[in-house]
Ligand binder design. Structure first.
Ligand code: SF4
Length: 439
């Protein structure tokens, strides 16, 4: 039996809790933490990393270096494993668990690094060895390792986003989900999910959310939705948590039915969250969104008919987005009058088509780097940052209840837009560096 620390920086992700449960049931003593403190010297540290920024984080880099220097072992897994050579190059762990790691991680912990173990990457001298991919992990698995303080966590209001199914039928160019989990939907048995919801409730979780961008695809087969399965899922979750403590926010605009919307109203907090992204059909096509602005407007209208609140997320600064496209997004926000709006600049995630596009886009044409020359020029922003900042303020003017832009709100939006800009440029530089090293 090994003593294993799993670090999930900042938040307990579902993936980290899941791997914790798998290792616990394999007989290991597992501690799950969200703070980057040093584990016992010489022990095994597993890092579950979900953001490109983690690869650049000095605290994480330092922790790995000192832990290994003290005789400990470090394995890295999670969404960053989509680019294993980048993880090895930046963090220098003992190995990377590539892709769905539930089975691989147990073998890695018990057998150690080997080129006969599928689904890992490691360095042999300067050479990156990536073993053949492991088959997709089985969808039935043990209960996650749920920390005692899970109730203190709030991710958009939820203690945790539980995984009800894997995969997405969509092909959005900026999204990692279909690349990581595939485009076929694999749904977990309802009884297993409900048992898990009960376990979370017993540990003090205050609200649970259905994870992923495709909530209503739960139970679907061969791309065909099964609304009854989704209704049963929400009913079952609400039966344990109470409807005020369940949310099912993320849904594609082309994956709603009257039954689905009625169930969201009856068994959840009554919000729908759409990834709308843009008010320009041209940009939606560039993004591979697979829906039109018209379908977006119809879906929002339909939600309102079912008495639901609607939030939307938007992406600005996508390579190729023109001023005209951006104005179309502003017009759409004005006409939809959404209950809440989230704005982000286009972030290239390694392994996605957007990352490939960014590699092919000259810096002087990439809005993340082009200096803004319009009305916010004195603020020294890039075009992406200016649009991000502008759209956050614009959206506030078109909510059902207008939100005043105080000096405080103005500063918060400006600093958020700038932070996103910095992070995206750092991620882009990283992606470019590794793309060039492959040439
Ligand atoms: S629909 Fe959502 S989860 Fe699916 S590919 Fe698009 S953004 Fe990703």
């Amino acid at each position: 039996m090994d003593n294993i620390t799993i670090l999930s920086p900042g938040i307990y992700t579902y993936g980290a809790m899941l791997i914790g449960g798998v290792l616990r049931d394999a007989g290991h003593r597992v501690t799950l933490t969200r703070t980057a403190t040093a584990p016992p010297a010489g022990s095994l540290l597993l890092m579950s990393l979900f953001s490109t920024q983690h690869l650049l984080d000095p605290e994480i880099r330092n922790l790995i270096r000192t832990h290994r220097a003290g005789g400990g072992t470090v394995y890295v897994g999670g969404p960053v494993s989509a680019a294993p050579e980048m993880v090895l190059g930046e963090l220098a762990p003992d190995a990377v668990v590539v892709g769905e790691g539930e089975e691989t991680v147990v073998r890695l912990v018990e057998e150690g690094v080997s080129d006969t173990l599928p689904g890992i990457a490691f360095l042999d001298g300067d050479q990156v060895i990536v073993t053949p991919p492991a088959p997709p992990a089985p969808i039935d698995r043990p209960l996650p390792l749920i920390p005692d303080d899970i109730g203190s966590q709030s991710i958009r209001g939820a203690s945790a986003y539980i995984e009800t199914h894997r995969g997405c039928i969509g092909g959005c160019t900026f999204c990692q989900v279909p690349r990581f989990f595939g485009r076929m939907i694999r749904s977990r048995p309802l009884a297993d999910i409900i048992e898990e919801v009960e376990a979370f409730a017993a540990r003090g979780a205050t609200r649970l959310s259905v994870s992923g961008g495709t909530g209503s695809l739960y139970g679907s087969l061969d791309g065909e939705m099964d609304p009854e399965a989704f209704v049963a899922l929400l009913r079952g979750m609400a039966g344990v948590m109470g409807p005020r403590n369940v949310s099912s926010p993320d849904i594609r605009v082309d994956c709603i039915t009257d039954e689905v919307l009625d169930a969201i109203r009856q068994y959840t907090i009554g919000w729908v969250f759409f990834g709308i992204e843009s008010g320009s059909d041209r940009v939606l096509r560039l993004m591979g969104k697979g829906v039109t602005v018209r379908e977006v407007a119809e879906a929002v209208e339909r939600c309102r008919e079912h008495d639901l609140k609607v939030a939307g997320s938007f992406i600005v600064g996508y390579p190729g987005e023109t001023e005209r496209d951006y104005e179309a997004t502003k017009d759409l926000i004005a006409s939809l009058c959404l209950d809440d709006v989230f704005v982000s600049s286009a972030e290239p995630i390694p392994g996605t088509p957007l990352a490939d596009l960014v590699v092919r886009t000259p810096r002087e044409k990439n809005p993340a780097f082009v200096p803004h020359t319009g009305e916010y020029r004195p603020l020294d922003l890039t075009e992406s940052e200016a649009r991000c900042f502008d759209l956050m303020m614009h959206a506030d003017m078109y909510r059902p209840q207008i939100r005043l832009i105080t000096d405080e709100v103005y500063s918060a939006y400006l600093s958020e837009a700038k932070k996103q800009g910095r992070d995206i440029r750092a991620a882009t530089d990283l992606i470019l560096r590794y793309a060039r090293s492959r040439e």
